[in-house]
Every structure is written in structure tokens, then in C-alpha cells.
Design a protein. Structure first.
Lengths: 317, 423
């Protein structure tokens, strides 16, 4: 029996009807909404991490659609390294105001003042230090769940991550003893001091994210779109000139058309050369790219094959 | 295209598991699928080239693409489920890469729980080993609709059709227990790349599909839409917000079947009947919802409904019961202890549960019911009777996976200790 015949048999059984086709984006969106509603149903004090980046913008959109017309039932949390791009901070504040939700900012600067983060050099990347501030923020507010926009396709260690991922009272991830996760029966139970990290877009790829941004006409920080910017080259990467990333001797400043594929801490996030100024052009570039998102843009992942796994065990997102 | 909007929905996503042992070339097969469907990007490939060279291998070892954790790279085996993604113009694929060793039965059960299809690898030189048999049994136990047996390493048996046919017949002969799955066979060489994504030049006698074509053709939509509607309630919205000024909205995902505006439904466990006043999809008010949609339901009557309740069609409703007979796969390193207290999580409902009796052990090599002696320990699958403190609205797993599946959680450690599927 072919598909058309099968459809007719179905129609005969239940009366005439029209079934709209569900695309992969519909499937992913519905799964993400289901996960967020499970967090709201199972956890008492959940937080949603929102950095102003594209992945967290997608998660925020899913949360908006999951609960409307009601408010998003999560505290919005941002861990600010103090080295964020101003465009991302501006976007963060604008979205939070639009949604009328509560924003909590955990600041790495404060952790440095408290002495819980100690940098070897003043200009050392604060990316890894975010884990300390995140855990301090979770403890301070007593969050029992922390929702983030990490995806399994980003990195090998993340490929093994659960959707509801348990963290002990030191905030640590133990990849060898993860809770089994079956069907869509998520186990969010924790004791005081422990929490779960929840990843509603685990099953999305970079292309899915961009196609969803296109379909939902999501607003993003201007950094994601091609713009002229002074840059220099280091280890095969294009590095933006900022107050924390300056060229060393022999590294020449040039002005290029670039866009960011990920937006994180300024000290370790690099743009790529691109002329894509619209979401549709970015989707087209993403289809044809031959370099992974983190490979092209992250200085911190290239130190060793297992650098992400080690950072994740320490509590990194 | 107009045809697509009026025909049965084809889900844009297929989830499948790969089963096979280290030596069957499973990681190589996944590497091949990802590489040939252009899901592997240059920097990932370069990293694998470097790693292959460090190990003194001449050719690029595609299996290095998938072994993510440090411990696995040290031991050269896969110890946990890893998820991989690739897409063709026809659909998106999610692979659950599950370990082959017997002690990791629980991981295969985990991977299979969300999958619709399984690719079971058999080494053409070795034929049907007990463990391949076990992989096929586990796939059928978990209710996978399609099992694709990929007979690998055809290059090492001279691409001999007779070898392929002999193994195929051997699998078909033990066919017991496979009644509910479609089983198909494909000869491949993952390391050379024959019949995985490309047809290759060596298997000229094979006229069937490549592995990727077979995966693209797996039809999973019909069975779910054909089932009676099941809507586990996730959350209840408070009234007072426009447009729900007077009504409560029931948030959840339709797990099976189709719901239409005006349709009569039953709410469980109360057993009260009502009608669907409106369906609010993520885009707004709509005429109908189909399996897989996350929606908000507005009902015709004010009823007392909360998280964990089930809204179902009036025809063939689920059974409401406090005692279930099920198969259990023990997942935890600590064996079952009768004096411990367990919670049973079924759809969105959590109830206290007790294992009243363990009737038999499932022999995963023969699917026979062996006498149960000793402990219920990690990786064991048993037939058991459970008593529940509160009723659940359930179906046999065989007819509805979403309402037939449950997990057990240790109330003290909060560990997920067992997976269960209702008889």
C-alpha cells in the first residue's frame, strides 16, 4: 500500500480530514516545549540561562510559546564575565524588558572580588571562571533546575549529555554515572543543594537553530550579521580587536566583513568572514559550511581533545 | 506541494539506534554515514586524521569520530549512549549510538526507548553470534517497528552473495519474537563505503536499497496516528488570562492519535466525560492536533484535573489499574532490594510502587522465560508484578509505547533504577 492509499484508509475510518505536514522544526519545537513544561511541572525553583546568544534566544522563544498567555515561570539568569560584547548585553536587556520577566545577573567580577575566582593574569580568559559564578548564583538563589541552550551536536562530550542532567552538591557532572534517561520520562528529582541542568534543544543542530530563527523571525544581536570590523589573525582564527583582545607583535590589524557564529566571552569568541546580512543568507551559508561552529570560533576548545569534557565536569555549561 | 498538505503527516525526524559490538564495526559505520552524508566537517575530519596518525594507523579511522569520552578513547570502546545528527533532503536523523557489550544492555535499552528503528550490525565473517541475536531481541522487546540487519565487512568475504544469503536465512530462521517488527537485510562494507550512502562498485549483485535509502523509507507516522488519542496532562493554567478568562487550559503533548475540536473525551482517573472546546496549538487556536503536537486543551466542562491525569478518546480508553504486570530492565549498579521504596513514573504521573513478585527472568539469548533465582541486578530483564498506591491510565506497551512505558526511581537516592514496559 502506498502512502496515498494509506491516507485514504485512515480517512475512511475517521471521516474526512486534512492533516498538515509536520516538519522537523515542528517536531523539535514540540519536543522543546514538552521539556520546558516538564521542568515547570517537576521543579520548584527553575532558572533559564539567557546570554543573549542565538541558542538561548531560541530557548527563550520556546519558553514564551510553551506557557503563553501566562508568564514564563522561570527566573532568567545571565552569567556576566564582564567581557561580553555590548551588543549582546543590549539585546539581553531588551528581550527581558519585552517579556516582563525577572533577570538575575551573576557577575564573574563579583566572584573575583570575593576571591572565589583567581586569575593568573588580569587578561586571562574568564570563560572557565563562569562555572564558579554560575554555581555561586545557583546556590545563592536555591535553583533546583537550570535550563540552557547547549546542543549535542556542538561537541563530542555534549553528545553524551542527558536532556535532564544531574549535578551533585558540588555542581559536578559525572559522565560515567549519568542517570539513564528513557522514553520521555525525565527524572528531575534532586536533594537540597543538588540541581539538574536541562537542555531543551539537545537534539537541534546549528542549521535547525538558524532555520527556526528564520521561521519565527527572531530578533538577534547585530553581531550575528555581517559587519565591517577591525580584526587580526591568530592560529588560523580571525580575532576581533577589542579592549581584551589586542594583536601581539607581528599580528596585523585589517578590516574585514565578518559575523559571529557563536557569541560568548570576548576573549575566546571569534568571528568568521562572511557577507551574510540576513538570516536567509546565514541559513544558506550554514548549509554549505565545511567547518564546525566551535572549530571556527572558539579558542578554548582547541587546547585538547577532551577540554570540553574536563570543563563540563567542573560545572561549565 | 499540495499533495503533502493533504496526506498523512510524515514526521521530519527518524530516530534510530545502532547495535553491534566493537568488532562489528559500528563506530566505523556511523562515521561512514556521517562522513558520506557530509555531516562531518573539515575540522572534525582533520582531528580524526591526526588521531589516527598518532595511533600509527595508515587509513583514517572513522570510528574515532564518535567515541566522545576520555575513558572510551582510552579503552577503545563505547560505554554510554551518544547522540549523532545528520540530515538528507528527505529527513533529519538522530542516531543513538549504543554500546555492544552485554554489560551495557541497559544502555541499549535506553537508546532504543526513544528510537523507531534499529540498525543491527553483523560481521559477515562471523555470522549470527549470540550477541547479534540479543541485539535483535532487545530491539523487538522495546517495540521498534523496523529492524535493518546490516551484514558488514562484505569486503572481507570477497563480496560473496552466498555469505549474505546464508546469514539472512539464519536470522529469519530464529524469527521467533520478531512478529511485530519489519526486518530487512542489506549487505554493506562500512570501512570501504559500499551500500551505506553510496552504492560503491563491489556489490553489483545487490539490487535493494542502500542503508541510507532504507532509513529514509522507514514509515513511522501511520501507526501513531492510528492509535486512540492519549493526552497526559503536564500542567494546568490558571484562569484569568486572556483569551482564557474563564477557562483553565490543560497543557501537554498529544502522544498518540488525533484530537478534533468538539470531540468527546474522557478524563482519567476520574472517569468524567466532556468535550474539547478548543485546541490551542503553539501557533494559536486550531481545528485539530495530531500525535506529537504540544498543545493546550480547553474543555467544555469545569472538571477537577491536574498534572498526571490523562485525557483520552471515549473509544478504547486506557485501562485504569493499581496492579500491573510488566517486564523490567534493571538499570542500577545496586541490585533490587525489597525493603526499599520506589516511585513509578508513568507519562506525567508519579506514584509509589512495590514490586510484588518476580515471575521469571527473560533469557535475552532465547527470549525464554527462565526461572528467577538470585538477585535482580543490573542488565537483568524480568517479568514482574507491581502494586501501585494510586491507579495509572495505561495501555500495553505493545500497542502504545507512550502509555505502556514507565521508569522506577529510588525514593532515597533519586536514581532511575529500572525501565519497565507493561504487558
Amino acid at each position: 500500500m502506498n502512502l496515498a492509499e494509506e491516507a485514504r484508509v485512515l480517512d475512511d475510518a475517521a471521516g474526512p480530514r486534512t492533516l498538515r505536514t509536520r516538519t522537523q522544526l515542528d517536531w523539535l519545537e514540540s519536543e522543546g516545549v514538552h521539556i520546558l513544561r516538564e521542568v515547570a511541572g517537576e521543579c520548584t525553583n527553575p532558572a533559564l540561562l539567557f546570554s543573549g546568544g542565538k541558542d538561548s534566544a531560541v530557548v527563550l522563544r520556546l519558553a514564551e510559546k510553551a506557557f503563553r498567555p501566562a508568564q514564563i515561570p522561570f527566573t532568567i539568569v545571565h552569567i556576566d564575565t564582564g567581557h561580553n560584547f555590548p551588543e549582546a548585553i543590549e539585546f539581553r536587556d531588551r528581550r527581558v524588558a519585552e517579556l516582563g520577566v525577572k533577570l538575575v545577573v551573576g557577575s564573574v567580577e563579583d566572584s573575583i572580588k570575593r576571591g572565589t575566582v583567581r586569575l593568573r593574569r588580569p587578561d586571562e580568559s574568564r570563560n572557565a571562571a563562569q562555572s564558579v559564578t554560575l554555581l555561586e548564583t545557583i546556590a545563592k538563589y536555591g535553583f533546583d533546575a537550570c535550563i540552557g541552550g547547549a546542543r549535542r551536536d556542538e561537541e563530542k562530550a555534549r553528545a553524551k549529555e542527558r536532556i535532564f542532567s544531574f549535578r551533585d552538591d558540588f555542581g559536578q557532572w559525572d559522565p560515567k554515572h549519568q542517570r539513564p534517561e528513557l522514553w520521555n520520562l525525565y527524572n528531575a528529582r534532586v536533594n537540597p543543594g543538588e540541581h539538574v541542568r536541562v537542555f531543551p534543544i539537545s537534539n537541534w543542530t546549528e542549521l535547525d537553530v538558524w532555520q527556526y530563527i528564520e521561521r519565527e523571525e527572531l530578533d538577534l544581536p547585530s553581531l550575528y550579521f555581517s559587519h565591517r570590523r577591525p580584526v587580526f589573525r591568530r592560529n588560523g582564527l580571525v580575532v576581533a580587536v577589542t579592549h581584551v583582545t589586542q594583536p601581539k607583535e607581528g599580528e596585523k590589524i585589517e578590516e574585514l566583513s565578518v559575523r559571529f557564529r557563536t557569541v560568548g566571552d570576548m576573549t575566546c569568541t571569534c568571528p568568521v568572514e562572511s557577507d551574510a546580512v540576513t538570516v536567509a543568507e546565514i541559513v544558506a551559508e550554514t548549509v554549505h559550511t565545511r567547518i564546525t561552529e566551535r572549530g571556527a570560533t572558539r579558542m578554548d576548545d582547541q587546547t585538547s581533545d577532551a577540554s570540553m569534557e574536563r570543563r563540563k565536569k567542573e560545572g561549565y555549561f | 506541494m499540495e499533495k503533502e498538505t493533504t496526506t498523512v503527516s510524515q514526521p521530519g525526524v527518524l530516530r534510530f539506534i545502532t547495535a553491534g559490538s566493537v568488532d562489528d564495526g559500528k563506530s566505523t559505520l556511523i562515521g561512514r554515514l556521517l562522513h558520506d552524508s557530509r555531516a562531518i566537517l573539515e575540522d572534525q575530519f582533520a582531528a580524526v586524521e591526526r588521531a589516527s596518525r598518532r595511533r600509527g594507523q595508515d587509513a583514517v579511522d572513522l570510528s574515532l569520530l564518535t567515541d566522545g569520552l576520555e575513558a572510551e578513547r582510552e579503552q577503545g570502546i563505547t560505554i554510554d549512549v551518544a547522540y549523532r545528527y545528520f540530515a538528507t533532503p528527505r529527513r533529519k536523523f538522530i542516531i543513538a549510538d549504543t554500546p555492544g557489550h552485554e554489560q551495557y544492555t541497559r544502555n541499549m535499552v535506553t537508546g532504543a526507548s526513544t528510537a523507531q528503528a534499529a540498525v543491527v550490525l553483523i560481521d559477515a565473517r562471523k555470522g549470527l553470534l549470540p550477541q547479534s541475536r540479543r541485539h535483535i531481541y532487545l530491539a523487538t522487546l522495546l517495540g521498534l517497528s523496523d529492524i535493518i540487519v546490516a551484514i558488514n565487512k562484505m569486503d572481507l568475504v570477497g563480496y560473496d552473495e552466498r555469505v549474505f544469503l546464508a546469514i539472512r536465512d539464519e536470522v529469519l530462521r530464529f524469527g521467533r519474537g520478531l512478529a511485530h517488527s519489519r526486518v530487512s537485510f542489506i549487505p554493506i562494507s562500512a570501512s570501504v563505503g559500499d551500500m551505506v550512502v553510496e552504492r560503491g562498485e563491489h556489490l553489483t549483485w545487490w539490487t535493494g536499497p542502500t542503508l541510507l535509502e532504507a532509513l529514509e523509507a522507514v514509515d513511522v507516522s501511520r501507526s501513531l496516528l492510528d492509535l486512540p488519542p492519549r493526552f497526559p496532562v503536564q500542567l494546568v493554567t490558571r484562569p484569568g488570562l486572556p483569551p482564557l478568562v474563564e477557562l483553565r487550559g490543560y497543557l501537554g503533548r498529544l502522544e498518540s492519535g488525533v484530537l478534533r475540536r468538539g470531540q468527546e473525551v474522557i478524563v482519567l482517573p476520574s472517569g468524567r466525560g466532556t468535550t474539547i472546546r478548543d485546541i490551542v496549538s503553539l501557533e494559536g487556536s486550531s481545528e485539530e492536533a495530531i500525535a506529537g503536537d504540544s498543545i493546550t486543551l480547553l474543555l467544555g466542562d469545569q472538571l477537577d484535573i491536574s498534572r498526571g491525569d490523562m485525557i483520552a478518546g471515549t473509544f478504547a480508553p486506557p485501562s485504569l489499574t493499581q496492579s500491573i504486570s510488566a517486564r523490567l530492565c534493571w538499570l542500577n549498579t545496586e541490585p533490587f532490594e525489597a525493603q526499599r521504596r520506589y516511585l513509578l513514573r508513568h507519562t506525567t504521573r508519579t506514584v509509589k510502587a512495590r514490586i510484588r513478585n518476580i515471575d521469571a527472568r527473560v533469557n535475552i539469548h532465547t527470549l525464554d522465560r527462565d526461572q528467577f533465582v538470585g538477585n535482580l541486578a543490573m542488565n537483568d530483564i524480568v517479568h514482574a508484578q507491581l502494586a501501585l498506591q494510586q491507579p495509572i491510565a495505561c495501555d500495553p506497551y505493545e500497542t502504545n509505547r507512550a502509555t505502556g512505558a514507565f521508569i522506577l526511581i529510588d525514593e532515597v537516592t533519586n536514581q532511575t533504577v529500572a525501565a519497565g514496559w507493561i504487558d
